[in-house]
Design a protein around this ligand. Structure first.
Ligand code: FPP
Length: 262
């Protein structure tokens, strides 16, 4: 039976060891979870393995977490799979990541489809190798009429790049006469949202980062205005269902005020 996740004496700080007594509240599952899957390289290094093995095990970990988020009733799961800055890695590592992406989707598409998952991407995928583009397009096409969780893969994605992309699209709409100068003067958050890669996707409620790093690294900069952040020292290849539950329980203990007063 779920216990009320209240705040002690109106305080919104509950010690970590006290959090363990709380159970997951299935009525308050975050609608949108976004994950920075970090630590693959360090996970491999600790074991004297090449970084590529860290990434391989990281991909093997995906299904379990995707299935669990979907089973919990999360509607949107965004995974930071390749950033605009990840091109700066050695070509060999970039190639490994691209190969893993293509292989993962080739192997798992039927399973994702069977689980009613919709596959989408954010970021400029045109720069990815052809094989990745093909398999991504096939995945999006095959799953487009599904009604379950939206699996949103951030690929060649950067928050700053996305904001520039939105501004350029607004300018193009103005040049082509689709919107007027008055429309531009009246742009608000809702309208700007429609020019982002994430149009039609609500802002993330919970952003998880693994591996002990506590930064955003150019992820969902616009969308994270009121997201709750959760960090763990666990590296992505070891991230478990239990860790996911821990993150969600912690989220459920937060007092979200969105700048207002509760
Ligand atoms: C961060 O670990 C991880 C990445 C840059 C890539 C994450 C990508 C995957 C898990 C594969 C994506 C594939 C699919 C199918 C979505 P790191 O290499 O920065 O680790 P480190 O900080 O320990 O070096």
């Amino acid at each position: 039976m779920w216990k009320f996740l209240g705040f002690k004496n109106g305080d919104n700080y509950i010690k970590n060891d006290e959090k363990k007594q709380y159970e997951l509240n299935y009525d308050n599952i975050p609608r949108h979870i976004a994950i920075i899957m970090d630590g693959n390289g360090r996970w491999a290094k600790e074991k004297n393995l090449p970084r590529s093995i860290g990434h391989t095990v990281a991909v093997e970990n995906l299904n379990k977490i995707i299935k669990e988020t979907s089973d919990l009733g999360v509607k949107y799961l965004t995974l930071y799979a390749f950033s605009t800055e990840n091109w700066n890695r050695p070509a060999e590592e970039v190639n490994t990541l691209m190969k893993l992406l293509a292989e993962y989707l080739k192997k798992q598409l039927n399973e994702l489809h069977k689980n009613n998952v919709i596959v989408k991407t954010i970021g400029d995928i045109s720069r990815l190798p052809d094989i990745c583009i093909q398999v991504l397009e096939k995945s999006m096409e095959k799953t487009k009429n599904n009604t379950g969780m939206l699996l949103n893969l951030a690929l060649n994605y950067g928050g700053r790049d996305e904001i520039l992309y939105a501004i350029k699209n607004i300018f193009n709409d103005y040049v082509e006469g689709i919107i007027s100068k008055e429309d531009i003067n009246n742009i608000n958050v809702e309208i700007f949202n429609k020019y982002l890669y994430t149009k039609n996707i609500p802002d993330p409620d919970l952003i998880i980062r693994t591996s002990g790093e506590q930064r955003l690294s150019n992820f969902l900069l616009w969308q994270c205005a009121y997201s709750e952040f959760w960090y763990t020292d666990v590296k992505w290849p070891d991230f478990s269902k239990e860790n996911l539950h821990e993150a969600i329980k912690d989220y459920q203990l937060r007092n979200r005020r969105f700048g207002g007063i509760k």
